[in-house]
Ligand binder design. Sequence first.
Ligand SMILES: [Zn+2]
Length: 279
Amino acid sequence: MRVDGPQGRFTDADVIDGRKLERVLAVGKHLGYDFGKDRILHVHLGLQGDFTEGSGPLPPVKGALRLRMWNAAAVKRPAVPGESKRHAWYSEDDGTGHLDPEQIAWVELRGPMDCSLYTQAEWEKLLGRLGPDPLNGDGPEKMIAKVRKSRKAVGELLMDQTMFAGIGNIFRAELLYRARLSPFRPGKEVGEDVLRSIWKDAGGLMPAAMIDRRIVTTKPPDRPHKRGQALKEEAHYVYRRNGLPCFVCETTIKKQEVAGRNLFWCPTCQAEPSSVMRG
Ligand SMILES: [Zn+2]
């Protein structure tokens, strides 16, 4: 692989340029490009980071380009018609128009929260901090034990990467909705069976999103269009649907900031225990 950092902020490109990329690790929200010999390129996209990929020759450098990686032989091949496409926000990605992996000759990285070189020890230290990851075949036991000890709201705990590695803002809102669980329920009051079913649900939704390159959490019978692919506006139950009626009960979806990010929920389907009791 050839590697450079046109923007000048990634200064370790020389250390991995020209080396063989042995494997790519993905744990929670962290990516590790393992170039062997204690050289792991760590990438965390954060809120602004984004990859572009393409076929054919490298395009001219544009914008704040933190990192480029390319295959010297592949960039000599002609571009595939339709070729490069900037990844849209995942929530807005309709899953179409992407290149087959074998056609990708280069990738560009812009705006990540982190792009730096880790040693094996540093990578392992990071793994030690992260909770189990439903995409990596981990079991939920550690997560269950931690959540059930906490007084914090489950909506906050789901975003805590030391409990549940890889869950982002869309999955937080959608998993809670699908469990019909109030985001404000304290962790210690959430049943073990509920946490297990959330874990299992994440283990189905997350790989599907990875393959489809879009997150769809609604079940076909709940969508306004019950047949065919989910339209963009019916892909989620609550995420960014504040002010709109719930697909299931027609209550207006609400929004509030929890753990630094907007949380969306249906006050009826995800009623708090006290209001359930009040009937
Ligand atoms: Zn509802």
